[in-house]
Design a protein around this ligand. Structure first.
Ligand SMILES: Cc1cc2nc3c(=O)[nH]c(=O)nc-3n(C[C@H](O)[C@H](O)[C@H](O)COP(=O)(O)OP(=O)(O)OC[C@H]3O[C@@H](n4cnc5c(N)ncnc54)[C@H](O)[C@@H]3O)c2cc1C
Length: 552
């Protein structure tokens, strides 16, 4: 029976005592999740001298020809392995846009890696309310953006986008050039007085040959290894330096010590066994929804609302962007672009003379193909979908959504429920209107748009916001739980606001920043001196569990 709103969801019953574990592992630092946040953290701690264990519920995603077979990827959902989530309001189930693999969502991401704008860190007035200030500034994060851009081999060019914040160093690699159809679009936008720019990207596609190998990599893995995903650039180098990785291990709860301020263990299910992982430092990076769900699932009689939740904000303020797929078609012209995701437009990102409130960002999709359209329009015959996608340019529009206590994550009978009432929609509609005009002028008279729904949550964030005041935030400015001495959260849960740009680089940069604060706290913060043995390091990277494509 669905509840009316998230506040009606009852507290979970007191959990039964966990059965004795089948295995106990001791380590200094336990990182839960190996995606953008967990991967960057593992990389940052790899030379610290601490014993670091990454615990990942997924497995290695196989590099195989099916990586670029779009029928396999989209129609058959070959790499979709997330559990079923539920719409809190309606009770309807859906398959979320999250992926449980070593590298997390970055295995399929489009590798568009912009920095947030300096204004995103400040309080900003939007059409429907305030986007709150972050507890650290762009200037605080800037050195870590630079490090993250090097780590993820980001290609870009400073000076093309008027909203680009200051960089202390140039991008490590030159921007990817547009292919002809996208160059023509850029030229037209420029002639309309706009400022298109080459989008920052972590794709090694600077020759036609390599670009052909990347043509399907937005939303799908890259078999050739040309995409800077977290597995390739962060986890694998961390393993080489001695960090350990346990795959196929789903953390189901965190265990609090007697002092009520220290996490002493994480319990994980792995291949039918219960593993207890003890550590001095716990770093949560399971993705904004799963991290919040884990804290909620770790409720005890003394902490019935879940761990780190004295503010009542764990799982609240869920944000995900207002986003629209926008397709412009010129029936008389083929678009032969392999990789479209080279162009961005931020002319209306911030408030300006023509828009009193921020509207958002325009970027391209990798390239829509018939199989992708088939998912949304199953009844349309394939030849029509192919004719459309052969002649379309494909755009992704995002507008900031605002944090609301009533939008969130709850766990009901062990299952994840998402409460989501989109807000700040009028500026999004205005962004769509402006882009429609501009794209028509650029020679694409037929336009289709579709606003994304609850299952498109690839930019999820905000479920454990960082802030200075423990009453209004879950984490302190260093992303350590206000309520706990040894738990940090470095996925997008900490975002106080969602900005309107792709989140991944900001997640990585912040993880590098947080790693520095942990390391600065010194040896005692990360090492457990009483641990005589460390079984984590000997844990195999890959286990002989069943079909590695199905982590659950
Ligand atoms: C199709 C798609 C395209 C995208 N394109 C872009 C893009 O171009 N640019 C961009 O910036 N962003 C993009 N994103 C979003 C980006 O991938 C995410 O913002 C980013 O990966 C989030 O990082 P994270 O560390 O918060 O979580 P993730 O990267 O999702 O990592 C979380 C990890 O935790 C693991 N995990 C979850 N629960 C548990 C548990 N209980 N126990 C153990 N492990 C657990 C998961 O398996 C996963 O590996 C895209 C996402 C998708 C799906």
């Amino acid at each position: 029976m669905p509840y009316k709103n998230i506040d009606d969801v009852p507290l979970p019953p007191n959990p039964a005592a966990a059965p004795p574990p089948d295995e106990v592992i001791q380590t200094d630092v336990a990182i839960i999740g190996s995606g953008m946040g967990g991967g960057a953290m593992a990389y940052a701690l790899k030379d610290s001298g601490a014993k670091v264990l990454v615990i990942e519920r997924g497995h290695r995603l196989p590099a195989e020809p099916q990586n670029s077979d779009l029928d396999e990827v989209y129609l058959k959902g070959r790499y979709k392995n997330a559990d079923t989530w539920f719409n809190g309001r309606t009770g309807e189930s859906f398959k979320p846009g999250v992926y449980y693999w070593v590298g997390g969502n970055t295995k399929v991401y489009g590798a568009c890696l912009p920095r947030f704008r300096a204004s995103d860190f400040e309080e900003t007035r939007h059409a429907e309310g305030i986007s709150p200030a972050w507890p650290f500034s762009y200037a605080d994060l800037e050195p870590y953006y630079t490090r993250a851009e090097k780590l993820f081999k980001v290609r870009g060019q400073i000076g093309e986008d008027p909203t680009e914040p200051s960089h202390s160093e140039a991008y490590p690699y030159p921007a990817l050039d547009h292919e002809p159809a996208i160059q023509a679009l850029a030229d037209s936008l420029r002639s309309q007085g706009l400022h298109p720019f080459r989008m920052a990207n972590g794709l090694d596609a600077d020759t036609p040959e390599k670009r052909a190998l990347c043509a399907t990599s937005d939303g799908a893995p890259n078999e050739a290894g040309l995409k800077s995903d977290a597995e390739k650039v962060a986890i694998d180098p961390a393993l080489e330096a001695g960090v350990a990785l346990m795959t196929g291990a789903k953390v189901t709860r965190l265990v609090l010590g007697a002092d009520g301020r220290t996490v002493v263990a994480a319990l994980a299910e792995r291949g039918g066994k219960l593993i207890r992982i003890e550590a001095a430092t716990f770093i949560l990076a399971a993705g904004a929804v799963n991290s919040a769900a884990l804290l909620l699932r770790s409720a005890t009689g003394e902490h019935p609302r879940g761990l780190a939740n004295s503010s009542g904000l764990v799982g609240r303020n869920y944000m995900v962007h207002n986003s629209t797929f926008f397709i412009g078609i010129n029936p008389f012209k083929l678009n032969r672009t392999l990789w479209q995701k080279t162009l961005g437009l931020n002319d209306w990102y911030e408030a300006g003379p023509s828009n009193p409130y921020p509207l958002g960002n325009l970027q391209m999709l990798g390239k829509l193909r018939a199989s992708m359209l088939k998912m949304a329009r199953a009844w349309v015959p394939n030849p029509i979908l192919k004719a459309m996608s052969d002649r379309s340019i494909d755009i992704y529009l995002t507008t900031e959504d605002l944090p609301r206590r009533s939008n969130g994550v709850s766990v009901v009978d062990g299952k994840i429920h998402i409460w989501w009432e989109p807000n700040n929609l009028e500026p999004h509609a205005e962004l769509v209107r402006r882009v429609r005009r501009a794209v028509r002028k650029a020679g694409y008279p037929v336009i289709f748009t579709e606003r994304m729904g609850i299952e498109t949550n690839s930019h999820q964030c905000g479920t454990a916001v960082a802030g200075r005041d423990p009453r209004t935030s879950v984490l302190n400015p260093d992303c350590r739980a206000h309520d706990l001495d040894n738990l940090w959260v470095v996925d997008s849960s900490y975002f106080p606001s969602s900005a309107a740009l792709n989140p991944a680089l900001t997640i990585a940069a912040n993880a590098l920043r947080v790693a520095d604060t942990i390391l600065a706290a010194g040896k005692d913060a990360v090492e457990v001196s009483t641990h005589g043995k460390q079984s984590a390091k000997s844990s195999p990277d890959r286990e002989n569990l069943p079909d590695p494509r199905h982590a659950d």
